[in-house]
Design a protein around this ligand. Structure first.
Ligand code: DC
Length: 226
């Protein structure tokens, strides 16, 4: 296990801006950014590709037997990480609202969580990492030195997510995005295994009225203090 001094975890609900914040924090610290949500999306993509229901634990377990997920640095600074599934670049395909919903369903399965948690721990074993997701402070890296939990009002999160999708050239219906965010949060919080939850020692940041730079500066100031 890496020295806990070198691990930062950033968890929180969908659309709170975790990815943008985590990428910026990692860049400022010179650490590697680990997007754990991308891995759940990759499993969801594989399910849809193979016609396996994201709720079918046995079917998904079979898929996991020969599933190769790779995360690569983005082609351009500021972009999402690149994701290869069995060698195929699925970076764009996994970033749709439908894939997010499927990822949330697949993420409730114990067999998936076990496998991805282990991969994430291996990826973080060398330390100097900023891990982002739902359970990185509670389950994946419980001994991380710095843990943050970001939140924001649901309406603001829907606005941010819609803006992000629009920038990627996707059509958006704000009401639908809000409904999906609310449902995904409820499912992520209520699932039995590794639910979305702040670690008891996480620092909570309400980002509703903060911009990206303010959140990043706040996180860095906490890290520098400790
Ligand atoms: O962060 P994201 O929107 O890319 O995550 C997609 C889904 O994956 C999310 O709704 C729940 C699941 N997930 C998870 O269960 N645990 C994580 N550490 C990261 C994501």
């Amino acid at each position: 296990m890496a020295s806990p001094q070198q691990i930062v975890t950033i968890d929180g609900p969908s659309g709170v801006g975790k990815s943008t914040v985590s990428r910026a924090v990692a860049a400022r610290l010179g650490y590697t950014y680990l997007d754990t949500g991308a891995m759940y999306r990759a499993v969801a993509w594989k399910c849809l590709q193979e016609g396996v229901s994201p709720d079918d634990e046995q079917g998904v377990a079979r898929l996991l037997n020969d599933l190769d997920i790779r995360l690569l640095p983005p082609e351009r600074e500021g972009d999402d990480v690149r994701v290869l599934v069995d060698g195929r670049d699925v970076s764009r395909e996994i970033r749709t609202p439908e894939m997010a919903m499927a990822a949330s369903r697949v993420s409730a399965l114990g067999v998936v969580r076990q496998r991805l948690t282990r991969m994430q721990q291996e990826m973080g074993a060398a330390g100097r990492i900023v891990a982002e997701g739902r359970d990185t402070g509670t389950v994946v890296f419980p001994r991380a030195a710095w843990k943050f939990f970001l939140d924001a009002a649901p309406g603001e999160r829907a606005r941010r997510r819609a803006e992000q999708l629009r920038q990627r050239g996707q059509e958006v219906d704000k009401e639908e995005i809000l409904a999906q965010i609310i449902q995904r949060d409820r499912d992520d919080r209520q699932r039995t295994i590794a639910p979305l939850r702040a670690a008891p020692d996480a620092i909570h940041i309400d980002t509703t009225n903060l911009d990206l730079d303010q959140v990043v500066d706040l996180i860095l100031s906490h890290i520098r203090q400790k």
